[in-house]
Design a protein around this ligand. Structure first.
Ligand code: UDP
Ligand code: MG
Length: 334
């Protein structure tokens, strides 16, 4: 039976005989972004195959997305593919970044569940059964948490700050946003758009789109071959991306809520300051010429009004840009 027919028929049978989800053979796609990791690819394939042999109830496919590597990766990927057809790969013409690699991997993945992991052997494939177990508890995305982490000192601590701030600003209670090892239901991976350097915020995007996000502690290893592609400097870019995410998801359709609130507070503080100074001038005769705070008050009032006005302009733009496909629809029954 060809792949497509099989995929159509299995859910139908499942519905008819009312089998629980666990009893039906499911397929897991493993998406692996890889950039100049020639030495790691073969050992990784060996480890993955061990896991596949242990998880006999599942079908597997691996999609390695070679992000424009300039080393021998392509040759090695061809060799791996020749040995085992489950190992597919896509190779970019140039280096587009991890987010791009993930996004293309998601596009071509055909599994019911999609696991992402790094190619550098730092993520442990033997965690895959644990991720599957957790997602079956009713989550849509489960993220790994490298509780004990093998990375350079600076990176470990800058990452901790990054995770703390991200958790604070987004309200999502997970510890490790940037862990390469994650599992998604197909619908989640295919409905969130990853670009720029947004791969760090996949749990955030999923959460804001109404999906349930969970976390498990995973094993982490030191890098065995090659070197890291991300220095500590990436965190500045990371925060800029967080602002973009805040705008494009939360406030895209209601910019005035953001600018209006901010503007209103600025205005209120300025107005309060100047009101107080006016009161002191009127009732206690304190001359305004001696009060530099007056300028701060004026500044805040103007800034507040301008910020509100920016929000209003944003509303006008948003009003014209409304598109139906921005909404993630769960069920269609028309
Ligand atoms: N990676 C990629 N494209 C890039 C940079 C990195 O596909 O432009 C891959 C890389 O090969 C690895 C994963 O993303 O599989 C994580 O990168 P790295 O190990 O350098 O990051 P770290 O673990 O140091 O945070
Ligand atoms: Mg790594």
């Amino acid at each position: 039976m060809n792949e497509r027919r099989k995929r159509n028929i299995i859910p139908r049978i499942r519905r008819r005989v009312n089998l629980p989800l666990e009893r039906v053979r499911r397929k897991i796609s493993i998406v692996i972004p890889s950039y100049n990791e020639e030495d790691s690819l073969k050992p990784l394939a060996v480890e993955l195959r061990k896991v596949f042999n242990e998880m006999k109830d599942y079908d597997f496919e691996v999609i390695i997305v070679d992000d424009g590597s300039t080393d021998n990766s392509l040759k090695i990927l061809n060799e791996i593919r020749r040995e085992d057809e489950r190992f597919k790969f896509i190779s970019f013409q140039k280096n587009y970044g991890k987010s791009a690699a993930l996004s293309v991997g998601f596009k071509y993945a055909t599994g019911d569940l999609i696991v992402t992991m790094d190619a550098d052997l730092q993520d442990d494939p033997h965690e895959i059964p644990n991720l599957v177990k957790k997602i079956d508890e009713g989550y849509d995305l489960v993220s790994g948490w490298k509780k004990i982490r093998f990375d350079p000192f600076i990176k470990k601590y800058s990452s901790r700050i990054f995770n703390f701030v991200t958790s604070l600003m987004t309200g999502i209670k997970i510890h490790d946003f940037n862990c390469g090892l994650k599992i998604y239901r197909k619908e989640v991976a295919q409905s969130i758009k990853v670009y720029g350097e947004m791969h760090r915020y996949l749990p955030v995007l999923a959460h804001w789109n109404g999906f349930k996000v969970g976390e498990i502690v995973v094993k982490h290893h030191p890098r065995r071959y090659g070197k890291t592609k991300f220095g500590a400097s990436r965190f500045l870019k990371g925060f800029l991306d967080l602002i973009t995410i805040l705008f494009t998801t939360r406030y895209l359709r209601r910019p005035l809520h953001f600018f209006g609130t901010l503007g209103f507070f600025l205005f209120l503080i300025g107005f309060g300051i100047d009101l107080y100074l006016a009161y002191e001038w009127a009732f206690h005769g304190k001359y305004l010429t001696n009060r530099p705070m007056l300028w701060l008050g004026i500044l805040l009032i103007l800034l507040g009004m301008q910020t509100i006005a920016i929000g209003l302009i944003g509303e006008m733009i948003a009003h014209h840009a409304q598109r139906v496909e921005d909404y993630h629809i769960k069920v269609f029954k028309l």
